[in-house]
Design a protein around this ligand. Structure first.
Ligand code: ADQ
Length: 479
């Protein structure tokens, strides 16, 4: 089966968050199921610099007014189709933001172009390769099913995966005439969303099947609290909505062979792990204490509950804990953690920025990772934590609730616990969870069992790839 995956970021070429990890790992995970997945992504400067040799497979004289080429490339096992449209993608900044941190003003056009290119590939513009199915990710490629419906590829099934429904790809109605869609598409059945255009809403209406990245989040987004205004749309598509939890790339995230950590280790050689803790302390200017070293690897936003975490730092320090934070995002939250580091020298450290190698050392060196998200479609850092023996302390929401088994007394006695869950997301509730963390930390045998249990958890793509493969097969069988 030939599948075209369409994503705005793909690890290891370009990454701002978890979407890149998933888009980067899916092709290899699906290969054993007889699925050949090619991945279409934009030719940002970082991508063009990394892909090396390319072959021009085809192109467009004008894609939203600009010339564009489709280049084939191979990179670390990924079979890529790169949309090389310099007027849209060759510019400074990140995939979505300019160097000042503002949205690129033509994002609607840039990602409509990505979606239209996917639809054209589905229609058969590449002479030697046509997909049997198109798999889109998030709003940036969500218009592909819409273009396919209107542009001669309605027979090709589509899957749209929601990695985060908070990002709806919403633009003023004035952008609609530029999207090259028929007027009828600006309707309740199409891309119209409360008078604006929403790429994600359009995709949710048009895709053959919708998935999201955990069963719990699939339920949550049907409610007003989590549905971000799209719960009604999803309720109408409930028969086609599936929750499939993410896996992780267990080669990239392997503590026994991780080039980014100072002392590789496995479950049987945990005594080698503390050398990573020493390196982590040094990197963050932290002193050794008799309490746990907590870490955070996250966008610093309210979604991730970082304001709640900032409110309990004193309690962590008072109990002998230390905290290392890697992240960037909301300037007020960055400032809050910087202040905490200044108030608690040697006990709290922060690195503001995005640092992939450091994120590996944090999982290898910290005792516990904190993920107090208000909502979390799946979450990947708690899965990395499980694999690295960095015990997850997470909010009971979405994929966090689906992947961590709480260390309540029964679960500890049965030796099945892998972390700590708390709800609601409030300072009081997080403090209660942390009290349990400190208590079990002081019982080294139990703590070691938590770590060992987590390291044995299956966080690979195996089970989920089987579910995606079955979904694809079912859609193709329906014709
Ligand atoms: N400062 C930093 N430096 C280095 N690395 C950093 C970093 N900040 C974050 N990361 C990395 O970025 C990724 C973040 O993935 P998450 O799943 O936690 O959330 P995200 O909200 O981006 O993804 C969305 O999509 C994914 C994929 O489906 C869902 O798991 C998730 O719930 C959903 O919100 C992880 O690989 C993490 O290690």
């Amino acid at each position: 089966m030939n599948v075209l995956s369409v994503a705005s970021e793909v690890f290891p070429l370009i990454k701002t968050g978890g979407l890149a990890d998933v888009a980067g790992a899916l092709p290899a995970a699906l290969k054993p199921h007889g699925i050949r997945m090619r991945t279409l992504l934009p030719g940002y400067p970082a991508v063009m610099a990394k892909i090396g040799e390319t072959t021009r497979l085809g192109g467009f004289d004008t894609l939203f007014g600009y010339p564009a080429a489709l280049l084939a490339a191979e990179h670390e096992g990924l079979d890529l189709l790169v949309l090389d449209a310099p007027a849209l993608f060759d510019r400074p900044g990140g995939p979505y933001l300019d160097p000042q941190g503002l949205d690129h003003p033509d994002n609607f056009r840039r990602f409509a172009a990505l979606s239209l290119a996917a639809a054209e590939i589905a229609r058969g513009v590449l002479p030697e390769w046509t997909p049997d199915l198109v798999h889109c990710h998030d709003w940036q490629s969500a218009l592909a099913p819409v273009y396919m419906q209107h542009g001669g590829a309605a027979h090709v099934p589509t899957v749209l995966t929601i990695h985060n429904i908070a990002f709806r790809g919403q633009f003023p109605a004035s952008t609609f005439p530029e999207l090259a869609l028929p007027w009828g598409a600006f309707s309740v059945q199409g891309v119209e969303y409360y008078g604006d255009v929403s790429f994600l809403k359009g995709g949710l209406m048009a895709a053959t099947a919708i998935t999201t990245v955990s069963p719990s989040y699939a339920q949550e987004i049907l409610t007003p609290e989590f549905g971000m205004g799209l719960q009604g749309v999803l309720a109408n598509r409930i028969a086609d909505l599936h929750g499939i939890v993410n896996g992780i790339d267990t080669d990239v995230w392997n503590p026994a062979a991780d080039p980014h950590i100072v002392s590789p280790y496995a479950a049987a050689t945990l005594k080698k792990r503390p050398a990573n803790r020493d390196a982590l302390r040094e990197r963050f200017g932290l002193v050794a204490t008799d309490g746990p070293l907590f870490c955070v690897v996250s966008r610093l936003t309210d979604q991730k509950g970082m304001d709640v975490l900032a409110g309990v730092i004193d309690m962590i320090v008072d109990n002998g804990g230390t905290l290392a934070v890697l992240g960037s995002g909301d300037p007020a939250l960055e400032a809050a953690f910087r202040t905490a580091a200044a108030v608690h020298p040697g006990r709290v450290g922060i690195v503001v920025g995005y640092d992939e190698p450091l994120s590996h050392l944090m999982q290898a060196g910290a005792d516990a990772i904190l993920v107090p998200s208000r909502f979390e479609p799946c979450g990947l850092t708690q899965l990395y934590g499980l694999r690295y023996g960095c015990v997850p302390v997470v909010a009971r929401t979405g994929g966090l609730a689906d992947t961590i088994i709480d260390a309540n007394e029964a679960a500890v006695a049965a030796n099945v616990a892998t972390g700590f869950l708390f709800s609601p997301v409030s300072e009081e509730s997080l403090r209660l969870a942390l009290r349990r963390v400190f208590s079990l930390w002081r019982q080294p045998k139990i703590w070691a069992r938590l770590q060992a249990r987590g390291m044995k958890s299956d966080v690979s793509w195996d089970m989920s790839a089987t579910r995606y493969a079955a979904l694809y097969a079912g859609l193709l069988a329906k014709g």
